[in-house]
Design a protein around this ligand. Structure first.
Ligand code: ATP
Ligand code: PMV
Length: 403
């Protein structure tokens, strides 16, 4: 009987490149923050798979059917497309991998605890990504499958695109590696097609063109501040709406992608050169690009509070922008060292914006951090290939994602 394990994954902020990062190969910068989702995997008291999350008042017992997980009580099926969607997809993806490797299913209970909500409302720190990354980590550990961070990321992305192939996976990169990450997404529609045709194991081993996940050195200054608008926004609604606009097929989009790539490249350069002034200029440019996108598409990225958040950041001598899809959730401000952060917080508070005491987190916050650091050291080789799980000729190729 496997013993109980717990793994945590951090939430994230999108520093630059949102919306553009939906296009495979387009650069973005994402950073992990020190609020986490933890997932405990344990032997269940009864049943095959039991899912317990703080999003639901009771646990849900599931059984493994030919097509995937099914609740033993049909009345619970309503949660499959909502609160349980990411957990169910993660268990199904790991189950399918085990089955393709000739390993038998193991009963498991997953219990989720999240700090990515404020008074029951999502903050927009990537809870879907964090829960998926933590659940992959907990499940593979509980099942005794030694997988590298890169493989965990790939499993998490496959689980996530089965729920919705729209999102880029930037949140999963931050939740998997922590710190500041330069992220470019692979083509999720192609991966979904490949997974449906060939299965999880083949898809994990395929090359994923466009994908980059590279950790970046952080800058001590400017200081990062996070403001919460107090209202939740749906990223998938924004993303699916955008992909149905005329803009999506227009030359305006190509222009937006080129300008965003230029802006993110400038920010990457600033981080490499430890150049705070250039980073601030890049963040201001990122705000202007998002405002232009909002103007052309009427997506509703800039709510009055998010606009105010940015205006106050600039009035305080810094730079501000929404983090992520906008429409609510949170935004960021970067302030030079000499700037009065108290003034920013006071003015945000007067505008109804809650300053969140977040820090960029480099590593996982629990006892698993050491193991992860070890795995990180050889993240460019799929450790599944070295474990006892190489069955039926499965060998993972060397990484293609670290440049
Ligand atoms: N505590 C949790 N337990 C189980 N599943 C969760 C939990 N938190 C989030 N999820 C999953 O993520 C989904 C919410 O995803 P959504 O994209 O709306 O939020 P988010 O990732 O926090 O937002 P954003 O993308 O703006 O940062 C839920 O429906 C559920 O499937
Ligand atoms: C709009 C987008 O580029 C960023 C979404 O960020 P968030 O999940 O709303 O914080 C979508 C994505 O990258 O999946």
């Amino acid at each position: 009987m496997p013993s109980t394990v717990t793994h945590s994954a951090p939430g994230k902020l999108l520093i630059a490149g949102e919306y553009a990062v939906l296009e495979p190969g387009q650069p973005s910068i994402v950073a992990a923050v020190d609020r986490f989702i933890s997932v405990e995997a344990s032997p269940p008291d009864s049943g095959e798979v039991v899912l317990a999350t703080d999003l639901l008042p009771h646990e849900v017992e599931m059984c493994r059917a030919r097509t995937g997980l099914r609740p033993t009580d049909p009345a619970e099926a309503c949660h499959l497309g909502g609160a349980l969607a990411h957990l169910v997809s993660t268990v199904e993806v790991v189950d399918q991998l085990r089955s393709q490797l000739g390993l038998r299913p193991v009963s498991v209970q997953l219990s989720v605890h999240s700090t990515l909500h404020e008074q029951g409302t999502k903050i927009g720190l990537g809870s879907s990504g964090a829960v998926t990354a933590a659940a992959v980590n907990a499940l593979t550990d509980f099942f005794g499958m030694p997988v590298s961070p890169e493989l965990r990321f790939r499993l998490a992305l496959l689980a996530s695109i089965r729920v919705d192939p729209g999102p880029s996976g930037a949140d999963l990169a931050a939740s998997t590696w922590g710190g500041w990450i330069h992220y470019r997404a692979p083509d999720r529609a192609r991966l979904l097609h490949l997974m449906r045709r060939t299965g999880v194991a083949e898809t994990l081993q395929a090359t994923w063109p466009g994908l980059t996940a590279r950790t970046l050195s952080p800058l001590d200054t400017p200081h990062l501040h996070v403001g919460w608008s107090g209202s939740p926004a749906s990223t998938s609604t924004h993303v699916s709406h955008l992909s149905r606009t005329q803009w999506w097929h227009s030359t305006s989009r190509s222009r937006f992608l080129a300008r965003s790539a230029h802006c993110v490249t400038a920010a990457l350069h600033a981080l490499e050169q430890q150049d705070p002034a250039t980073l601030l200029a890049a963040i201001r440019n990122a705000r202007r690009l998002l405002a232009g996108l909002d103007h052309e598409t009427a997506l509703g990225i800039f709510t009055p509070k998010l606009t105010e958040l940015c205006t106050i950041a600039e009035a305080c001598g810094g730079a501000g922008k929404p983090s992520g899809a906008g429409g609510g959730d949170c935004g960021i401000a970067l302030l030079p060292e000499t700037t009065d952060a108290l003034a920013l917080r006071t003015r945000w508070a007067a505008a109804g914006i809650t300053a969140l005491p977040l820090r960029i987190t480099d590593a996982l916050a629990d006892a698993d951090a050491d193991a992860d650091a070890d795995a990180d050291a050889d993240a460019d080789v799929g450790s599944l290939a070295r474990g006892p799980y190489v069955r039926q000729g499965l060998v993972l190729r060397p990484s293609v994602i670290f440049d």
